[in-house]
Design a protein around this ligand. Sequence first.
Ligand SMILES: [Zn+2]
Length: 421
Amino acid sequence: MLTLGLVGVLFVAILLPETGSTLPHHSTSLSLPLPVRDSSAEAVTMVDRAPQREWHELQIRSGDTLGKLLRDQGVSAAEVHALVTSDAALKELANLRVGDIVRVDVDEAGSLRAIERQISQVEILRGEFDGIQWQAEHIKREYERQVRYAEAVIEDSLFIAGQRAGMTDNLIMQLANIFAWDIDFILDIRQGDHFRLLYEELLLDGEKVGDGAILMAEFWNRDRKVSAFRFETAEGRTEYLDPLGNSMRREFIRTPVEFARISSRFNPNRRHPVLNTIRAHRGVDYAAPSGTPIRAAGDGRVEFVGVRGGYGNVVVIRHGQAYSTLYAHMRGFASGIRTGSRVRQGQTIGYVGMTGLASGPHLHYEFLVNGVHRNPLTVQLPKAQGIPEGERKAFLVQVNRLRNQLALYSEANTLALNDGR
Ligand SMILES: [Zn+2]
């Protein structure tokens, strides 16, 4: 959900005019052959291929089915049937999409000996016939990971600076997501803001195949520096935390609808656009096309779903003891949203509409603290829970290790830059 929001942010960022900066251009990305991965570094498990196999690789085109594909290879319909009905796991073989890769081993007599489907870059589902029956095997490789370093000075937008530093769009979005709660990447960014980060690259057979996670990042926005460190808790939750172990996230997202424009602000003395009388406007209105998804501002429990007078279709969510949020004029509710159901932050709860008294499609959004309406745009949003107390020590060790690593890279990077001058 957040990612979607950032697509919006970055989209706007690209449109910002260039500033004609004279700053030195030193956006760089660097990779050092340092043994930097922590002890959990995975060994590369090579896909174990029986040497006698003669794989024939096929790519699925529109209209292909497993049956047709195999018959084209000379395999009988009875054999195809035996294959897909043998093992529940092998049914997945038939679930083909255009572009999928399937490999088959068919002997001279036209008998299918083995088949495998590439599920993802690292996953293979393989079936092998042992002469009596089919055996299914799920093979998963591990990515190799390499730590990389990037730094950049923002001259125009985060997006352009990131690209200049050799970061992919995906990685730039990860970075923006991490700091999204602290930095408004449209309004807060100034020329000369800069950042540096350590991240992982995913490789297979030594070739880069994708981005891993950002391990740590530092961002200088005007006069302040914000740092974030990735940490996986004992229960397997991945969080970005500040150096003290506080979460980078807030318990609430500020704007529960994407690609929206504020059409009316919190105002105790507003003239109501439909009723034409003075009526306090105790929320914020976001104009957005009818049908735009509305997201839960925070984790909570649905307290009310239904029609409420001039508010039309309404959802009220309770977030713990103190907080509740209200969403009005919805066109409809998302499936599964009922009184009492639990919702996660960012989950779609309904869609923008104009039910009740509304002059056009918009979301009317209210934020209440202890039953009192507060301005959703300015209310102080509490931080999400940080490091579990029992894991603080491990986290601080990791912070230190990452900081040292970053310092090494940064130094090497500066040397490389000076060399090049
Ligand atoms: Zn309103």
